[in-house]
Design a binder for this molecule. Structure first.
Ligand SMILES: Cc1c2[nH]c(c1CCC(=O)O)Cc1[nH]c(c(CCC(=O)O)c1C)Cc1[nH]c(c(CCC(=O)O)c1C)Cc1[nH]c(c(C)c1CCC(=O)O)C2
Length: 347
């Protein structure tokens, strides 16, 4: 492959500063697309949808047909791992995830190896997508980071995570065991995704906020490090993006101490913090999804601001969190056109 055919995302992750940053959006496959909503109707429930390689590949490719995104992210969910380890997981329509009682730790530890096998269909989705995606567009595989996944496993639903933080203080040994088994299952799952066609891997730590410095080190940095060491030991050298969302000031410690390839920043990250991290690692982020939804001149101004503050170092343009379901397509086009020069295509 000559240098220009190398996907822009991989070049930025290798530390190159490009004429324009690669761009993709977290949750770019989803409900803001009418074609996604129609496809979603054809699946009996959200989990079956994720496990259906044909439908999941189609959902992954839908945003790629409409917009000039530089990368596709496999259509799946961070809560597939608890299911593969034996905890019941389902989605209540219009509400979000629900999980059954937390299984015994020993029972889940015994399922770590088998869990990867149960997730084989996600590998099948990746292989299908890679076969039909243009070579200059990269394919991203992902997993939830152990602490974020554990918050759902402990609380049984989306929550303010108070119960999970209490659990961390009151049952430290159990929590450390849970994070260790999740780390091992996650590392195996990421290795499987890379072998199936994912060229980049991403760890979503959506709930790193509110953690004291010692908790952040123990619940976020240490498990991410363990996962990355295991992925590397398995011979997978795909770049890994870590998103310690809500990590605040601790994000610089994370960038220094954790062997991630690149750090995804949330909407709060300051220009200066990003610039300091960029001296050693590429960064990604950090447009506010609410501003993308609002649109207008304020959106244009913030896009210019982000390009000006971070565009002269290795940078991947993205949101600070997932795109909101009621985001107008015209606003997505407004941003992507400014960055890539290309508009929306009819589908
Ligand atoms: C916390 C989390 C989850 N899932 C995910 C996270 C981490 C990122 C983040 O913080 O947003 C990650 C995720 N979830 C989904 C993807 C697909 C790939 C992509 O386009 O980014 C990815 C990367 C699909 C999805 N995952 C979900 C949907 C919507 C379900 C539907 O279409 O019915 C999609 C497209 C459901 C989901 N999944 C989850 C929740 C809390 C919900 C319900 C809330 C909601 O409905 O948005 C757990």
């Amino acid at each position: 492959m000559n240098a220009s055919a190398q996907p822009r995302l991989l070049r930025a992750l290798a530390g190159e500063t490009l004429d324009r940053p690669p761009v993709w959006f977290m949750r770019q496959a989803g409900r803001y697309l009418a074609e996604y909503r129609a496809l979603r109707e054809t699946a009996p429930d959200f989990i079956s949808f994720c496990f259906d390689p044909e439908k999941a590949a189609e959902a992954t490719l839908q945003p790629m047909r409409r917009f000039p995104y530089d990368a596709a992210i496999v259509f799946a969910d961070i809560l597939l791992i608890p299911g593969a380890l034996g905890q019941k997981v389902w989605f209540e329509a219009g509400e979000g995830p629900r999980l059954g009682p937390l299984p015994e730790l020993a029972a889940m530890e015994a399922e770590v190896e088998a869990s990867t096998q149960r997730l084989a269909n996600i590998g099948e989705t990746l292989t299908r997508v890679r076969a039909s995606l243009e070579p200059e567009r990269a394919l991203i595989g992902f997993a939830g980071a152990p602490w974020t996944v554990a918050t759902y496993m402990i609380e049984g639903r989306s929550s303010d995570r108070t119960g999970a933080r209490r659990f961390a203080y009151e049952h430290p040994e159990d929590l450390d065991r849970l994070l260790a088994l999740l780390s091992d299952a996650t590392a195996r799952y990421l290795v499987m995704q890379a072998k199936a066609g994912a060229q980049v891997l991403k760890l979503f730590e959506s709930w790193a906020e509110g953690l004291s410095e010692p908790l952040f080190q123990r619940l976020v940095t240490a498990p991410h490090t363990r996962i990355i060491q295991q992925v590397r030991a398995a011979g997978v050298d795909a770049p890994i993006i870590g998103l310690p969302r809500g990590g605040g000031q601790l994000v610089e410690d994370y960038a220094r101490d954790c062997p991630v390839t690149a750090v995804a920043l949330d909407t709060q990250a300051s220009a200066a913090v990003g610039q300091r991290i960029q001296k050693t690692k590429p960064i990604q982020g950090a447009l506010d999804p609410l501003l993308l939804r609002a649109g207008g001149k304020a959106l244009d101004a913030r896009v210019e601001g982000l390009l000006a503050q971070w565009g002269s170092g290795p940078y991947i343009f993205n949101l600070g969190h997932g795109i909101l379901p009621d985001t107008p397509l015209a606003h997505v086009e407004q941003v992507l056109k400014r960055i890539t020069g290309e508009g929306m295509r009819a589908v």
